[in-house]
Design a protein around this ligand. Structure first.
Ligand code: UDX
Ligand code: ADP
Length: 460
């Protein structure tokens, strides 16, 4: 059985960086090199000051601090790292296509293909190639084709090893996964990867399947999770008109062990780089095989999510006497969930966009997201000019500053620190009536009402 000595990971992003850091931490005898084309990103991974890592994850600094320089390296020398590795993880981004066939739905595989071609061109001995990025089903086939037809006659074994970590809890998820999934055809290659994980994951939690089951399971896991959020969000709207409380309903149904209590938190809508993309992928695949009922069924999860974001923005406008023109609305939070600086597909972007259409003045505070990122997210939508985005949106690095003089506060991310604010003091600085729109059901309604806020929360 092959003992892996050198691992290379192409892509030093939210998935590749933390995953490889933990693999290196737990396998001190394996040399792990993470490469990326993005020089600034690699420089940040190599920064002496562990506060400057490009990905913010609780506990990641300690893991990187332990392994970096020992058997964990970050580099821009892609070719050399490919040449030296026994096992290569592909962990590059696979965004939804923004052009051509499958636009807005299919995954854009151009980065994956580039990686495959580069591996084929450089490899001089046999390699195990591991798909880490989320991919449409049967990508492994394409990968295999490229590798075999453009390579130097060496053998490639393809494995699928989807990552299930959630952002904000990446390090604990990696240290203690519910399961590790490895799909493949070659028993020896599978065993080699099993051994890497077995350094810290109990064997019974390492599942092996065929390639296609592994690829599909990743999409299905995310689709099921997202479906739960859309399901409870659908009920949140019903709660608002019937006088039921969505948290009480969630608790009542979650006690049924067949349903379970997790992932039933109503919110302004799910975000993140995976849920929407993976469902769109699932929908696209189903349509490709003419399974229209299957496609429509899953598409509804996204339709519901879009509706929830729009509904929240509309609620703000309606409640504020049908106009937010020139009104100062403080946004607490921009990240798609707490404990991450990731903003991809964050509900905050779409809620802001809706309010900016109505010429609101939005002032954003997020403990981890930079002003550059916030403007980039808004500019990327292409809804209005970059000048208009900068005219209408201000980003500050202090919540009290964001709230001072505001007509309303909107909570978009469930950062813990928002709960600890001196809301009595906030109230003094705000315009009257002082509105709070809680998209995360984070604050205490009784307390806010006692302080005199007009408080609106999803699903109540
Ligand atoms: C998800 C999957 O959980 C993970 O297994 C996969 O590898 C990648 O995609 P992630 O996107 O990091 O992880 O975050 P997750 O915690 O799943 O939350 C996704 C979105 O759903 C967030 O915007 C979150 O706020 C929202 N959410 C989650 C809710 O609105 N309510 C819930 O009850 C749970
Ligand atoms: P994810 O959330 O899937 O980790 P990210 O966008 O955070 O996605 O990270 C993907 C990384 O992959 C980016 O830093 C990008 O620069 C890198 N990347 C994409 N294509 C290549 C390539 N051909 N070679 C090296 N790095 C690449």
């Amino acid at each position: 059985m092959k003992q892996i000595k050198k691992i290379t990971c192409i892509g030093a992003g939210y998935v590749g960086g933390p995953t490889m850091s933990v693999i290196a931490q737990k396998n001190p005898n394996v040399e792990v090199t993470v490469v990326d084309l993005n020089h600034a990103r690699i420089a940040a991974w190599n920064d002496e000051d562990l506060d400057n890592l490009p990905v913010y994850e609780p506990g990641l600094d300690a893991v990187v601090g332990e392994a970096r320089g020992r058997n964990l390296f970050f580099s821009t020398e892609v070719d050399r790292a490919i040449d030296e590795a026994d096992m290569i993880f592909i962990s590059v981004n696979t965004p939804t296509k923004t052009y051509g066939k499958g636009k807005g739905q299919a995954a854009d595989l151009k980065f994956i293909e580039l990686c495959a071609r580069q591996i084929a061109a450089v490899a001089k001995n046999d390699k195990i190639v591991v798909e880490k990025s989320t991919l449409p089903v049967r990508t492994a086939e394409a990968l295999k084709n490229i590798l075999e037809n453009t390579g130097n006659g060496v053998n490639f074994h393809i494995l699928s090893n989807p990552e299930f970590l959630a952002e904000g809890t990446a390090v604990t998820d990696l240290h203690n996964p519910d399961r590790v999934l490895i799909g493949g055809e070659d028993a020896e290659a599978i065993e080699a990867l099993v051994n890497v994980y077995a350094a810290w994951v109990p064997r019974e939690r390492i599942l092996t399947t065929n390639l296609w089951s592994s690829e599909l399971s990743k999409l299905v896991a995310n689709a099921f999770l997202a479906q739960r959020v859309s399901s409870i969000n659908a009920i949140s709207e019903l709660c608002e008109v019937t006088g039921a409380n969505v948290d009480e309903v969630a608790r009542a149904i979650g006690q049924d062990s067949r349903i379970g209590g997790k992932f039933l938190k109503a919110s302004v809508g799910f975000g993140g780089s995976c849920f929407q993309k993976d469902i769109l992928n699932l929908v696209y695949i189903a349509r490709t095989y003419n399974l229209h009922e299957v496609a429509d069924y899953w598409e509804q999860v996204i339709i519901m999510n879009d509706h929830q974001k729009t509904r929240f923005a509309e609620k703000i406008i309606q409640t504020m006497y049908n106009t937010v023109n020139g009104k100062h609305i403080a946004f607490l939070g921009w990240a798609f969930k707490k404990d991450t600086n990731d903003t991809r597909e964050s509900a905050a972007i779409y809620v802001a966009d809706h309010l900016l259409d109505e010429e609101a003045q939005v002032v954003v505070y997020d403990p981890k997201v930079s002003a550059e990122q916030i403007y980039r997210d808004l500019d990327y939508l292409g809804t209005r000019s970059p000048e208009d985005n900068r005219r209408l949106v201000k980003v500050v690095d202090n919540a009290y500053e964001a709230l001072d003089g505001a007509h309303a506060a909107a909570i978009l991310t469930e950062w813990d620190e928002f709960k600890g604010y001196d809301w009595a003091k906030v109230k003094e600085g705000m315009k009257k009536p002082s509105f709070v729109f809680d998209g995360r059901k984070l604050l205490d309604r009784k307390e806010l009402n006692r302080l005199g806020f007009a408080y609106y929360a999803i699903g109540e």
